[in-house]
Write a protein that binds this ligand. Structure first.
Ligand code: ADP
Length: 187
C-alpha cells in the first residue's frame, strides 16, 4: 500500500508513520530524515542543511535525485509510507507519474489536523529535547507558513482523487493510530 502522510510540522507524521511501518511491515520514507543525513557529507549536503536549519523547503533539484535514488534502491515496490513527501504540488505530480509508470498509485492520503497553538507547544518542547535548529521560534513560524502556502495545495491535488482522509492529530498517539488503522483497513 502506498500511503502519503500530510500535516504541519509537529502534527506527529513521523511518530505515526513509525507505528504504521511496524504494523504493516512496509518501509517509512521520511524526506526530512533523508535530507538531514546528507549534512556534512558533501558541499551539496551542507547546502541542503542550510535550507533545513532555516526552516525553508530544500529546492526540488536537490530533493528529487535523493528521493529517486532511495526509491530505486529500496524495497518500496510493495508499499511505502511517505512522510514529508510530497510537500509541493510539483513533487506530488512527480510521484504520481513515477508510480503510474510502474503500474502503482497512492492508495490513501492521511491528513493530520492539529491546532496551531498545540503545534507550537509540541515543537517548542521538541526544541529543548532534540535541539533541532529549525525548532527555533522563527523556524517554527516559517515552517507553519510554508506548510500553508506550499503544502496545503497538495491536498487539493489529492482531494480530486478522493483519497484524502482527515484525522484529529491532537489526541494521544495511540488514539490517533487506531483511527489511522481504521482508514487503512478499508482503503
Ligand atoms: P517537520 O515536518 O517537523 O518540518 P521534517 O523532518 O519532515 O520535519 O522536515 C524537516 C525539513 O526538511 C523541512 O523543513 C525542509 O527543510 C526539509 N524537507 C523535508 N522534506 C522535504 C521535501 N519533500 N521537500 C523539500 N524540503 C523538505
Amino acid at each position: 500500500m502506498q500511503i502519503v502522510f500530510i500535516g504541519p510540522p509537529g502534527s506527529g507524521k513521523g511518530t505515526q508513520c513509525g507505528m504504521l511501518s511496524d504494523a504493516l511491515g512496509c518501509p517509512h520514507l521520511s524526506t526530512g530524515e533523508l535530507l538531514r543525513r546528507t549534512r556534512g557529507k558533501s558541499p551539496l549536503g551542507d547546502l541542503v542543511a542550510s535550507y533545513i536549519d532555516g526552516g525553508c523547503l530544500a529546492p526540488d533539484f536537490l530533493v528529487m535525485p535523493l528521493v529517486i535514488k532511495l526509491l530505486e534502491q529500496g524495497d518500496f515496490h510493495s508499499g511505502c509510507l511517505f512522510d514529508g513527501f510530497p510537500r509541493t504540488v510539483a513533487q506530488a505530480a512527480f510521484l504520481q507519474n513515477y508510480l503510474g509508470e510502474r503500474g502503482q498509485r497512492i492508495d490513501l492520503v492521511l491528513k493530520l489536523r492539529v491546532p496551531r497553538e498545540d503545534l507550537i507547544a509540541r515543537l517548542s518542547a521538541r526544541a529543548k529535547l532534540e535541539g533541532r535548529a529549525d525548532d527555533s521560534v522563527e523556524g517554527i513560524q516559517r515552517r507553519l507558513e510554508i506548510y500553508q502556502t506550499r503544502t496545503e495545495p497538495v491536498l487539493s491535488f489529492y482531494h480530486e482523487l478522493k483519497i484524502v482522509r482527515e484525522i484529529d492529530g491532537s489526541k494521544a498517539a495511540g488514539e490517533v493510530f487506531s483511527e489511522i488503522m481504521d482508514f487503512v483497513n478499508v482503503a
